[in-house]
Design a protein around this ligand. Sequence first.
Ligand code: TYM
Length: 341
Amino acid sequence: MSSASFTPRVFSGIQPSGDLHLGNYLGALKRFADAQNQGIEAVYCMVDMHAITVWQNPEDLRRSTRELCAGFIASGIDPEKSILINQSQVPEHAQLAWVFNCVARIGWMNRMTQFKDKAGKNAEKASLGLYAYPSLMAADILVYHATHVPVGEDQKQHLELTRDIAAKFNHDYGVDFFPITEPVIEGTATRVMSLRDGSKKMSKSDPSDMSRINMTDDADTIAKKIRKAKTDPEPLPDTVDALKDRPEARNLVNIYAALDNCTQADVLATYGGKQFGTFKPALADLAVARMSPITQEMARLMDDPAEIDRILALGAVRAREITTPILRQTYDIIGMVGPAV
Ligand code: TYM
C-alpha cells in the first residue's frame, strides 16, 4: 500500500506562535508558493491547536494566526488557488486525532525527539497535548488524504510517525483507506541554521533575536544581523565539498542559494575565494531585496484583519468539503453508528 492510488494532494502546516523567520520562509512558505502552479490541490494550515500545547496568550495567538495568514499570502500563496485555513475552524482535525490517539502506541510517542526537546527536563509538567502532538499532526494530514507534505527537515520524524499511523490503521481494519504520505524535504534550505551557531537550527524559541531573521524585521535589522552573523576567518571555498566542515559558511551559502533560486555551486562560482567582508553585504542586499516586499505586504494585509478572517472562514468551508466525508468514512470503518456513507 502506498500513496500511489490516491489523487495527489498537498498539505502543510505552520504554528502561529511567535514571529515567522527566514527558516519558515525558505524551508516552507517559499517552497509552497513555488509549487503552487503545479496543478496539485494544496491545503495550508495555521495550526492554532498545536500552538496551545504550550501556553499562548489569547491576544497573541489571535494576532499571530492572522499574521501567519498574511505571511502565507505575502509569500505568494493565492487563497483562491490553495485552501488556507486555521486548524480550529475545521473540527475534523481534532476528531480524527482522537481516533489516532487510539491507533498510535505510547512507545512510538516516547521516541519523538521534539517532545523531548520541548518538554526538557521537566516532562512531568508538560501538557498532555504536547505529548499527543504528533497524533494531531498525523490527523491534519490524513483527514485530507494528503499524499505529499512539504516541510523542513525537523519535521521528518513526525512524518514517519504519520506513515506508521496510516499503515497501522489500514492493517488493523483491513482497508487501504489512508495514503502512506510522502514527506517532501527538498532544496538547499530544508535546515536553515542559527546565525549565531551553525550547529543549531534557526528557531523562534532561540532566546537571541540575533540568531534569526524575522519576517517582520526591517531592512536595517536584516543587514545588521547578517553583518554580525558568526563565521570563520577563511575566505569562501571554491567547491561545495570544502563547505562540509564549515557550518556557518555553509549556512550563509545555503541561504544565498535559496533566496536566489540557484545552487551552492553557483554561489561559490561567484564568491569562491572572496572574504566574508565581500560576501555578507551581497547576501544582506539579496535578503533585503527578497524579504522587504513580503514584510511590507504582510503589514498592509494586517491593516485589514476582517479580510483575513473572511479568507480563513471561506477556507474552512472549502476544507470541510474534503474532511467531512473522510471523517465520516473513518467512523464507518471503525464501526461508529451514523449516517450511511
Ligand atoms: P513549525 O511551525 O515549527 O515550522 C513550520 C515549517 O517551517 C519549517 N522550518 C524550517 N525549515 C528550515 N529551516 C529551519 N530552521 C526551519 N524552522 C522551521 C518546518 O520544518 C515546517 O515545515 N509540527 C509543525 C506544524 C504542523 C505540520 C502539520 C506540518 C502541524 N501539522 C502537518 C506539516 C503537516 C511545526 O511545528 O512546524
